[in-house]
Design a protein around this ligand. Structure first.
Ligand SMILES: [Zn+2]
Length: 295
């Protein structure tokens, strides 16, 4: 079983919520607390995990709103609980469209019996431009990512006064990034954009806090390697490349993701639409079958 969530105060008003080691569906979240309102950044994968997060974020009795960095279920499945408690939920338009047609649990890929009530909210406020959220003292900037990256519809939450950036899954720390649903080239561009914030603390989507920004060059090197590994060859030896990736990033969790990522990289470098189902199947083969989730 995964370790207990880590609740880590970053400042008097900003808290990171880390579910380590950060593999499948063990995402990070956090919150910014104002005198009479709390803004949650992301929720969790299961009802029980999201309720626990909401309880940790809400001891002051403040009403809680949530901003979702993207549509993936580990970050978004608790949004219905936020709405049921009277809070608003915000996400990019693309993420909102995907979330409200969910929940998406991918039963052919994952085995999980503990989702609980993860019904999506009926309504999500869409973020289409940089949005300032005033919490009556502390404030936050919600910034849509300019291009497709980890998904089609990522956003980040930036706290300029504190130098804290909630990156969502644009940054994975010590966990293999998942590039199945976005654009690797767009993600690389987005890493440059993220570096421009000069944040002093990154809260990655998965894995431990990154106080020195070391994850940015690490994710960059990996994504660039994916593209370089398959560029110039029509029929790459995916198995050999996966073995190479597992050796190069041997300390990263969830190495079966290399199999999917390499196929997406091949599609991008050869300019054809990636077949997500084929890439997911390659990942399952690498994992030895459907992936059991102990959530
Ligand atoms: Zn994600």
């Amino acid at each position: 079983m995964p370790a207990e969530p880590v609740v880590q105060s970053l400042t008097a008003n900003v808290t990171a919520y880390l579910q380590l080691p950060g593999g499948w569906f063990l995402n990070n979240a956090g919150w910014i607390t104002g005198p009479d309102r709390t803004l949650l950044v992301d929720t969790c994968a299961t009802e029980a995990r999201s309720r626990r997060l909401l309880k940790a974020a809400g001891p002051t009795g403040n009403p809680i709103s949530a901003v979702l960095t993207h549509a993936h279920g580990d970050h978004a499945h608790g949004a219905g609980l936020v709405a049921a408690a009277g809070g608003s939920v915000m996400a990019s338009a693309a993420a909102a469209a995907e979330i409200t047609t969910g929940p998406h649990t991918h039963p052919g890929v994952f085995e999980c019996s503990t989702w609980g009530d993860i019904a999506p909210p009926e309504h999500i406020d869409t973020i289409t431009a940089p949005t300032h959220i005033d919490l009556g003292g502390p404030s936050a900037e919600i910034l849509p990512v300019p291009t497709r990256a980890h998904t089609d519809g990522d956003l980040v939450v930036w706290l300029p006064r504190e130098g804290i950036l909630f990156t969502g899954d644009l940054v994975f720390a010590d966990v293999t990034p998942l590039a199945l649903h976005g654009s690797i080239t767009g993600w690389l561009e987005t890493l440059d954009w993220l570096a421009g914030f000069e944040a002093t603390t990154l809260v990655p989507g998965h894995g431990p806090l990154d106080p020195h920004g070391r994850s940015l060059p690490a994710v960059r090197a990996y994504l660039q390697w994916l593209l370089d590994a398959v560029d110039g060859t029509d029929h790459p030896d995916f198995d050999a490349l996966e073995t190479r990736a597992r050796a190069l990033w041997s300390d990263w969790h969830e190495p079966e993701r290399h199999a999917a990522n390499l196929r997406v990289a091949h599609a991008e470098t050869h300019r054809y639409p990636p077949d997500v189902a084929v890439a997911a199947q390659a990942m399952l083969q690498s994992a030895g079958g459907p992936i059991p989730l102990a959530l």
